[in-house]
Write a protein that binds this ligand. Structure first.
Ligand code: GLA
Length: 723
C-alpha cells in the first residue's frame, strides 16, 4: 500500500483503485509525480524533464521552478505560484527553501493533536507515510503526513511545522497542495450558496490565474464549503476523472486552483491566510488540519460514495455512528418563541401517537430569551415558561415514552445578559473598535481557556441535571472585529484558529462526558456543515430551509461530500416558512426521509390524512433507514439540470433498492422518462414492494424506470427487493 522504491526514490501510495506518487530529485527536492488510477508499472527516477511542463530545464536556479511540481512549496524560490506555506523569520526575511531529509512508513494512523481527523480501527488496511523536509538555513522542519485508507480509496494529508530556530511567524500553511501537469480542460466544482440555500453546485472552467472559494466568517459558512473537485470537462456522475479535496475543519478556509501560463494547475486547501499569523518560538510547532483527497476514475458518483463511507465509518464516532438515530419533532417552526411547558407537552403527545420518539425544545427556554435579542449566555430555565424546570419537562416527555432533547447556542452572548455584564471582555473583539452585533449577539471568545471551561461547566451542569438525550448545538453569527482581550498584540493573528481549537476542546469534552447524548450541530441551518463538526456530532441540521423543493437541491449538493446519514431533514408546515411554497405532505416526507428524519411542526394542526401519512412514513423509515444511511447512494437525475431529482440507495448486499423521484414543478404534456438505475445485481430479478411487478436488474439499469413528470409535488419512493 505505501512503498518506497529505493532505487528510483519514488514513494507510492496505493489504495485499491488509486496511486499517488512523489519522487525525490537529486536527493534534494520532493516532486509530485502522479495522482490517478492505480499504476501497475513503476515510475522511473525523478527527472526534471519528466515532470516539468517546459522541456530542457537546466537546473533549479533559473525561473524553471515556476513550472516544477513541488509536493510542498514555499515562497521565494522562483516559484511564483500560490505557496503551500509562508514564513517571516526573525531576520525579517521571507524566503524559505525546503529540502528532503527522510521518511518513515508506519502502520495505522495517529490522531491529530487538538484537531478532528479520520481514524482507523483494528483490521483496517491503513498506513501512514511521514516525509521530513527542512529549511536548513532557518532551522525549520516541515513534516508531511499521508495516510492511505487502502480499502476505502482515500488519502489524507496534514502538515506539521516545527521551529527549531529563532522565533518565526507562520504566515500561511496549507494542509495540501497538488500540482497537476498540463490540464486546461478540467473544471472546478464547488458548493456555495447562502442562508437557506446552502451547498448549491457550481462548476466553472479552470481559467488562467487564481480561482478560489473562501470563508472569513469564522465558520466554514453557508456561502462556501471547504470542498473542491477538479473534474474532466465532460465528467458526470458515472464518467470522467475527478480529484477532490475536503478539509476537516470548521473555521476560515481557502480552497482553490491556480493555473499558470504553461497550463499547470496547483490545487490547494487549508486555513485561510487572511488574518492568520502564528508565532512559533524555538521548539514550538504548528499542526494544520487534515485534508481528505479522493480520486475517482468514474465520475462524481464514485467520488461521493468514497467520501460517504469514509465519513460514516471512520470520521463520525461514538454510540450513534452505527446505531439507529432518533425520529424527532422540534418545536421551532411550530411555536418560535411562543411556548410554555404545557404547549411543548401538547406537541409531544400528538407526536408520540404517530411514532415520533424524541421531543426537542428549541430556542427560548432560558433566562430572558423571549425573542432573539436577549438571553444567550444565561443558561438557566425561564420559570415562567418552564415552572418545573427542564427536569420537570423532561419527566413529562419521558412519561409519554419519548426522549427529551434541547437546543443550545453556547458560543454566543447577548449584551443584556448577566454573563456579558460580568465578563464584557469575554467576546471576540478588537480593542478600541466597536464590536458589531449580528442577530443582536456577540461571539464568545473561545480562544480563551477560561471561557471554554466556563461553558463546559455550565453545559455539563444542565446535561447532568435533567434527562436530556439529544442536543442541537447552534451557532448563529459570523465573527467580526476578530481579536481577543486575552492574547497580546503579537498573538492576535492566532485568535481565529485558536477559537476553533477551543471549540473542538469543548466539543471533545462535552461529547465524551455525555456519550449517550445524540448531538446535532447547526449554524443558522447549514453554515457549519463540514467534516470537522461531523467528528464530534454525527449529524448536522442541513438548512433552515425545509421546503421540499429547495431541499432537493440543498441535499443533492451536500451529498457531493457528505453522507445522507449526516443530514438532519424535517417535515415542516405549508405554506413553507422560508419560501411560501405549498408541497404535498407525501413529498415532504419522502424528501426528509433520505436524511435523519424528523418533524418541525405542530402535528395537532395536521389533518387526519396527514397524520396517517406521517405514521406510515415513520414506519417505512424505521424499516428502510439502514439502506438510506448505510447503502450506496447514486444520484440519477440532478435538480440543478431539470425539474426531476432522482436519487437511489442500494443496500450493501444489493438486495434492497430504494428509488426516490421528486419533481420541483410539473410539465404539461410531459415526455416519458426512463430513469436508469445503478449498482443493482444485473443477473437478479427484483420485485416492486407492495405490487406483483418484477423487473430484471439488467432491465432497470439499461431500459430504466418509467416516469412522467405530470403532477405538482409529484413524489415517488419505490422499493425494489431482490427475489
Ligand atoms: C437557528 C437555527 C434554527 C433555530 C433558530 C433558533 O436559526 O438554524 O433551527 O434553532 O436558530 O433561534
Amino acid at each position: 500500500m505505501i512503498t518506497f522504491d529505493r532505487e528510483n526514490e519514488v514513494f507510492y501510495l496505493n489504495t485499491d483503485r488509486t496511486t499517488y506518487a512523489m519522487g525525490v530529485w537529486n536527493g534534494e527536492k520532493l516532486f509530485h509525480r502522479y495522482w490517478g488510477k492505480r499504476l501497475v508499472n513503476r515510475l522511473g527516477k525523478t527527472d526534471l524533464n519528466d515532470c516539468v511542463w517546459r522541456p530542457h530545464v537546466a537546473d533549479l536556479g533559473d525561473n524553471s521552478s515556476d513550472v516544477l511540481p513541488f509536493e510542498y512549496s514555499t515562497y521565494g524560490n522562483a516559484d511564483m505560484r500560490f505557496p503551500s506555506a509562508e514564513f517571516t523569520f526573525a531576520d525579517g526575511s521571507r524566503v524559505s527553501n525546503l529540502t528532503y531529509k527522510g521518511y518513515e512508513i508506519t502502520d495505522g494512523k495517529p490522531a491529530l493533536d487538538g484537531l478532528p481527523s479520520t481514524y482507523c480501527e483494528v483490521g483496517d488496511k491503513v498506513q501512514t507515510l511521514t516525509v521530513h523536509l527542512e529549511d536548513a538555513l532557518q532551522n525549520v522542519e516541515v513534516v508531511l503526513s499521508y495516510s492511505v485508507f487502502e480499502q476505502l480509496d482515500a488519502i489524507t494529508r496534514n502538515v506539521k511545522i516545527i521551529n527549531n530556530g529563532e522565533r518565526l511567524l507562520l504566515d500561511s500553511a496549507m494542509s495540501a497542495t497538488v500540482d497537476f501537469y498540463g490540464s486546461p480542460e478540467r473544471e472546478l466544482l464547488h458548493l456555495d450558496g447562502s442562508w437557506a440555500r446552502e451547498r448549491h453546485i457550481t462548476r466553472q472552467p479552470i481559467t488562467p490565474g487564481n480561482q478560489s472559494v473562501n470563508s472569513r466568517y469564522g465558520c466554514s459558512s453557508s456561502f462556501h464549503n471547504p470542498f473542491i473537485a477538479l473534474c474532466d470537462k465532460n465528467a458526470d456522475e458515472k464518467h470522467g476523472n475527478v480529484y477532490a479535496f475536503n478539509l476537516v475543519y470548521s473555521g476560515n478556509f481557502t480552497a482553490g486552483v491556480e493555473r499558470n501560463p504553461y497550463n499547470g494547475v496547483r490545487a490547494y486547501i487549508g486555513i485561510n491566510p487572511t488574518n492568520f499569523q502564528f508565532v512559533l518560538e524555538k521548539g514550538d510547532s504548528f499542526q494544520t488540519p487534515e485534508a481528505v483527497l479522493v480520486y475517482s476514475a468514474n465520475g462524481l458518483g464514485e467520488m461521493s460514495r468514497i467520501y460517504h463511507k469514509l465519513y460514516r465509518t471512520r470520521l463520525c464516532r461514538g454510540k450513534y455512528r452505527d446505531s439507529e438515530r432518533f425520529v424527532l419533532v422540534n418545536n421551532w417552526e411550530a411555536t418560535y418563541f411562543d411556548f410554555n411547558e404545557d404547549k411543548i407537552v401538547e406537541i409531544a403527545e400528538r407526536a408520540s401517537k404517530v411514532g415520533i420518539d424524541t421531543m426537542v425544545l428549541d430556542d427560548g427556554w432560558f433566562s430572558s430569551r423571549i425573542s432573539d435579542d436577549n438571553g444567550l449566555g444565561d443558561w438557566y430555565e425561564n420559570r415562567d415558561r418552564l415552572p418545573n424546570g427542564l427536569e420537570g419537562l423532561a419527566k413529562r416527555i419521558n412519561a409519554l415514552g419519548m426522549r427529551f432533547g434541547l437546543w443550545f447556542e453556547p458560543e454566543m452572548v447577548n449584551p443584556g445578559t448577566e454573563l456579558f455584564k460580568n465578563h464584557p471582555d469575554w467576546i471576540i473583539h478588537t480593542k478600541g473598535r466597536k464590536p458589531s452585533l449580528n442577530r443582536h449577539q456577540y461571539t464568545l471568545d473561545y480562544s480563551r481557556d477560561d471561557v471554554c471551561d466556563y461553558i463546559i461547566d455550565t453545559l455539563s451542569g444542565i446535561l447532568s441535571r435533567a434527562n436530556i438525550e439529544y442536543v442541537k448545538w447552534d451557532m448563529n453569527r459570523c465573527m467580526s472585529e476578530p481579536g481577543s482581550a486575552f492574547w497580546d498584540g503579537a498573538h492576535q493573528g492566532e485568535v481565529m484558529h485558536r477559537y476553533i481549537l477551543g471549540l473542538y476542546r469543548v466539543l471533545e469534552t462535552i461529547t465524551s462526558r455525555f456519550p449517550n447524548v445524540l448531538f446535532e450541530s447547526c449554524a443558522g441551518g447549514g453554515a457549519r456543515f463540514d467534516a470537522g463538526m461531523l467528528y464530534y456530532m454525527p449529524q448536522t441540521w442541513t438548512s433552515d430551509d425545509s421546503d421540499a423543493v429547495e431541499r432537493l437541491k440543498i441535499q443533492y449538493g451536500t451529498s457531493m461530500a457528505y453522507p445522507f446519514s449526516s443530514m438532519g431533514a424535517h417535515v415542516s408546515a405549508v405554506p413553507n416558512h422560508q419560501v411560501g411554497r405549498i408541497t404535498s405532505f407525501d413529498m415532504r416526507c419522502n424528501v426528509a426521509m433520505m436524511g435523519q428524519f424528523g418533524f418541525e411542526l405542530d402535528l395537532n394542526k395536521c389533518t387526519d390524512a396527514e397524520l396517517e401519512t406521517a405514521e406510515q412514513a415513520i414506519k417505512t423509515y424505521r424499516k428502510l433507514g439502514e439502506v438510506f444511511h448505510k447503502g450506496d447512494c447514486h444520484r440519477l437525475r440532478s435538480p440543478f439540470e431539470s425539474d426531476i431529482c432522482a436519487i437511489e440507495f442500494v443496500s450493501e448486499d444489493k438486495n434492497t433498492v430504494i428509488l426516490t423521484v421528486n419533481c420541483s414543478k410539473p410539465m404539461p404534456s410531459a415526455p416519458d422518462e426512463y430513469i436508469l438505475l445503478e449498482g443493482l445485481d444485473e443477473t437478479a430479478v427484483y420485485t416492486v414492494e407492495g405490487t406483483d411487478r418484477r423487473f430484471g436488474g439488467d432491465y432497470l439499469m439499461n431500459v430504466g424506470w418509467h416516469y412522467v413528470n405530470n403532477a405538482d409535488s409529484k413524489t415517488e419512493m419505490t422499493v425494489f427487493k431482490k427475489v
